[in-house]
Design a protein around this ligand. Sequence first.
Ligand code: GLA
Length: 391
Amino acid sequence: MDLADLVAAYTALYGEKPIKIFRAPGRVNLLGEHVDYNEGPVLPAAIDRAVYMAARANTSGMMQLFARDLGEEVSISLERLEEVQDLVGNPLPGWALYPAGVAWALKKAGMQTEGLKAVYSSDIPIGAGLSSSAAVEMVFAVAWQAFGGWPADRMTLARLCQQAENEYVGVASGLMDQFASAHGVAGHALYFDTRSLDWHAVPLPPGTVLVVADSGVRRSLTGSAYNERRAACEEAVAILSQDLPQIQSLRDVSLADFDRYRHNLPRTVDMRAEHVVTEIERVNSAVNALETDDRESFGSLMYAGHASLRDLYQVSTPELDALVEIASQIPGCSGARLTGAGFGGCTINLVEGTRSQAFIHSIKEGYLRATGNETQVYLCQASQGAGPINL
Ligand code: GLA
């Protein structure tokens, strides 16, 4: 991202320089997919693709935003966020719901949100499963915190951003994406227990890189399909709790108990629950594999995670399956799987750094041959979490 360019855009639009620049990264998830809303552990990493924002606080009581990538502007009163309208009474465009939702959630939690002029831009591909929306939420949260000077830890900010997305935007997502954008650690994955909210950073295998391959398929119907998956998990808990009264979520169901009582579940619900229960096991095994630098075992768990998302949770696509299949044949690739909610988007590949260029070449060629389509490939590093940038 050319930050000088972002500053110049701000200055041209508002006639003065911004006071601060903020950054909030996207994320990949290495393992633990569709587990966060089942209170299990996940293993994401923040990446070096991010939303950048140039901003200045003021006392106008409103936010003036310019989304540079869309070339669209909006002004919103911070006093009338419940109306979900701009200053002249038009419904807010979809992209503006995220910043407005963050202001709404912060205010409800008693955190001061200054008037703001802001220009922002992102190099996270949109709708590709890399959490571009969580990054937009986080960049505004850290900006308001910096301008307001109020104390709040990262987890509080992440939870308020999740609340914005759940209640203001209307997407019933879990906490993983906001958590990862807020807590990223360079060179590390983040083991995050979404029930206790405990987390720790786990080093990625030395000499490996994260390669993201974009299937080019964008998520449609994700909202409803995502919510259907959540509902199936809730149904599984309701039925299993007749035999296992102590369970609160699928997190509490051991593999042994699942095998004992799964016959009571309708077929589809059984498949969804099996994915979640086994995926939780995979995350725990994967952390051990990372801690002992056993990249082969780690990679096998990634492939197994993909197969489970494909066959049991049914959120993959033929394009994502093709990308994983192609990657698995390329030397230097330890593991590959779809990342994020699925229904399109990207795969994440753990690749030896010295072989990454050859890997990228082969996966592009293989995907073109298999599907007739180009794939965009991003070589990523695990990066630090959201915050102000010193120019
Ligand atoms: C989306 C949601 C997350 C998580 C993933 C699936 O990214 O925002 O909370 O549920 O899907 O793992």
